[in-house]
Design a protein around this ligand. Structure first.
Ligand code: NAP
Length: 210
């Protein structure tokens, strides 16, 4: 059993909480608006608590379910409280003004920037950025479980995230070191850009067949 703290109770907070609870992993939901966190908690089934951003983190795994621009201030504010924790970065740092690029330079990634801002003892794993929120609620598309691509430099941290992913009925795939987040973030952006030609309204999933 792994305890998770999910910061941000929007679409992805809901999706990841749903899968974590489906796998019987307890969840703490935190939002800038504690009412939003408690409202989401009341809709979910399982061991779930709620609170406000800034509250102590009860999870061993902390999910940053917020926009990229909010993620670095969050890890800076929590600071040493993140030591010893696995921190999951789910962000797609898309430049929404142009919808034509990422805001991060090519030689880095949101995940690496977040890791640089986090204390040394925090182990950052990129995950869930290539899966859409609504598909995480159901856990599958076209009767097939979602593939969740992971990147990180700490094998134990990736194994912990993979166990949460698999308990929730999804398939975890280790994509390699944290720098692989550069490719994952471009893949997440591509998947978003494909919604218009596919006409799938953020209901599609990337699946690796074999
Ligand atoms: N939606 C998807 O399908 C999808 C897929 C893959 C990855 N992602 C990534 O997941 C992240 C969250 O996306 P989402 O779709 O869940 O967005 P969302 O529905 O808009 O939810 C965003 C959450 O972040 C919180 N937030 C915003 N700014 C904050 C700040 N400065 N400090 C603390 N909390 C803040 C919001 O809190 P308030 O309630 O206070 O506004 C809200 O709870 C993004 O980085 C996105 O790129 C999304």
């Amino acid at each position: 059993m792994t305890n998770l703290s999910i910061i941000g109770c929007g679409n992805m907070g809901r999706g990841i909480a749903t899968r974590a609870l489906a796998g019987r992993n307890p969840v703490q939901l935190l939002d800038r608006d504690p009412g939003r966190a408690s409202a989401l908690a009341s809709e979910l089934t399982g061991e779930v608590t709620s609170g406000e951003v800034g509250d102590p983190l009860s999870g061993d795994v902390v999910v940053l379910a917020v926009p990229y621009e909010a993620a670095i201030p969050l890890v800076t504010d929590y600071g040493d409280a993140l030591n010893g924790k696995v921190v999951i970065d789910i962000t797609n740092p898309v430049d929404f003004a142009s919808f034509d690029r990422l805001v991060t330079p090519p030689e880095t990634s949101a995940a690496e920037e977040i890791a640089a801002a986090a204390p040394r003892g925090a182990r950052v794993v990129k995950a869930f950025n290539t899966t859409f929120a609504g598909t995480l609620v159901t856990g599958q598309v076209a009767g097939q479980p979602l593939d969740v691509l992971l990147a990180g430099d700490d094998d134990d941290a990736k194994a912990t995230v993979a166990s949460v992913v698999e308990a929730g009925g999804l398939r975890a795939i280790d994509a390699g070191p944290l720098r692989r987040a550069r490719q994952l973030e471009h893949t997440g952006f591509l998947h978003m850009a494909l919604q218009q030609p596919l006409g799938t309204e953020f209901g599609s999933a990337l699946r690796f067949l074999s």
